[in-house]
Design a protein around this ligand. Structure first.
Ligand code: ADP
Length: 437
């Protein structure tokens, strides 16, 4: 601010000086009578010049000195030198490199004949008179005052801002420690006017909620797995004990029953293995070109038996086209959706599978008129080990990882999976994929 102001002010003083010099020359021309100037005029000119910081010498056309501040105004000259020196002392704080300079101006009459010359000695590059110096001093005081006010204000402001930031961060840090100790029920109750802090608080609350939910799911899984294993194992043990004790004869029917229980355990272990596989192979895709219609028809044919048992009608409307995706994973994805549709559709229901190209995307719909999913449950069904109804799901066999795996397959393909569902009406899963070549 100071530099800018000094520069502008210097520019103003310079312009002023140029104007004043040309006025002075004009007045010297006007006062030129009988080839000379009146001594009264010259005296006045000298005094005025001193207050502008000028030591002048006026010569006639024959180059004889007519009037000079130092020669004619002896009294004045002492005053002048004292005045100029005094001002220069003050100016030094504005300009260290000031030097005394003499400039010469030729004076001509209206016909262009020389009538003399004027020499002006002054401190350059600039000289400030008393008023200008006072003005500069005032401005400097104001600038200093502004700086002090700004410093105080910024200090207060930074104190307020840092308090606003450090308070919630402290809270976040404390809650993070609690989360690390397994206390997921504590939420940070803090609303900040700073967007980033607000988001941090929300994310930590979200993280703690999610960890809490995962903890519940993990505990439920342990109970579920032990239950899932215990039920068929108890059943198998009862059967085998009865066979050993000779209570039952090893008939086809008994052995089939044992076999079914073994299949249940195998399926459960298979699902757990699948989940572990998708967790460890998260970023691997084995891409190839295959016909989507053939793939869907194969999956349907292989699972028709389960649908027949419940008299569920599987209808499909699948366009015949090739895709470039991970065949094994897409098979797993459609199989998961179809198994769920069969699993959660009552007897005599129907399932409708549709696949088509829509602009650049591939769309697959798996729709059923089964039991549907309530709004509250809908937002959780893609979560690991989440099941809408524990008892019913256990009867129907799932452990709540099918949709988690399905979603991670879709994510791996950078696609989207949506679900529309209404309790008692049915569900529709929609997948949107893009060829990855
Ligand atoms: P599960 O192995 O229990 O079937 P999923 O992850 O495949 O696990 O599905 C999670 C939950 O979503 C299921 O327990 C079920 O309650 C619900 N669900 C999934 N698909 C359907 C569907 N087609 N109709 C009704 N509910 C469904």
């Amino acid at each position: 601010m100071n530099l800018l102001f000094k520069e502008k002010f210097h520019e103003y003083v310079n312009n002023n000086e140029t104007k004043e010099i040309s006025n002075m020359i004009e007045s010297i021309r006007a006062q030129y009578k009988d080839e000379t100037w009146s001594s009264e005029y010259l005296e006045n000119l000298g005094i005025n010049s001193i207050y502008k910081g000028w030591i002048i010498e006026l010569y006639d056309k024959n180059n004889n000195l007519v009037w000079g501040t130092l020669q004619h105004g002896i009294l004045l000259s002492n005053k002048a030198i004292h005045y100029v020196n005094h001002n220069m002392e003050n100016i030094k704080q504005f300009n260290e490199n000031s030097k005394y300079n003499i400039k010469t101006y030729n004076i001509k009459d209206d016909n262009g004949n020389s009538i003399g010359k004027l020499e002006i000695g002054s401190y350059d590059p600039y000289y400030y008179d008393e008023d200008e110096l006072n003005f500069l001093e005032e401005v400097n005081k104001i600038i200093l005052l502004i700086i002090i006010v700004i410093v105080i204000l910024s200090f207060i402001l930074s104190l307020i801002i840092s308090r606003n930031i450090s308070k919630p961060i402290k809270k976040v840090s404390n809650i993070s420690k609690s989360i690390a100790n397994g206390e997921y029920d504590k939420n940070i109750e803090y609303e900040s006017s700073i967007k980033e802090i607000d988001e941090l608080v929300k994310s930590i609350n979200y993280l703690s909620d999610k960890l809490g939910e995962q903890e519940i799911l993990r505990k439920r899984l342990t109970t579920d797995i032990s239950h899932e294993l215990r039920t068929p194992l108890t059943c198998i043990k009862l059967h085998i004990d009865a066979l050993i004790d000779g209570v039952w004869k090893p008939s086809q029917e008994r052995l089939t029953s044992i076999n079914e229980e073994v299949t249940r355990i195998t399926n459960l272990v298979e699902e757990l293995k699948n989940l572990a596989k998708y967790d460890s192979e998260k970023s691997k895709l084995n891409l190839s070109t295959f016909n989507l219609k053939n793939l869907i028809l194969n999956i349907v044919f292989n699972n028709e038996r389960k649908a027949f048992e419940k008299n569920i009608d599987i209808k499909f409307d699948v366009e015949d086209f090739d895709v470039y995706l991970d065949k094994e994973k897409i098979t797993q994805l459609i199989l998961n959706l179809l198994s769920n549709a069969i699993r959660y559709t009552e007897n005599n229901g129907y399932i409708y599978i549709k696949a088509y190209r829509d602009k650049n995307s591939i769309k697959i719909h798996v729709k059923d008129n089964g039991i549907g999913i309530s709004k509250d449950n809908l937002k959780h069904i893609f979560e690991r080990f989440y099941r809408v109804d524990d008892s019913r799901s256990r009867d129907t066999g799932g452990i709540g990882v099918g949709l988690t795996i399905s979603k991670s397959i879709v994510d791996l393909h950078k696609g989207k999976i949506y679900v529309k569902s209404e309790e008692g009406i049915g569900s529709e899963f929609i997948i949107e994929l893009h060829n990855l070549n």
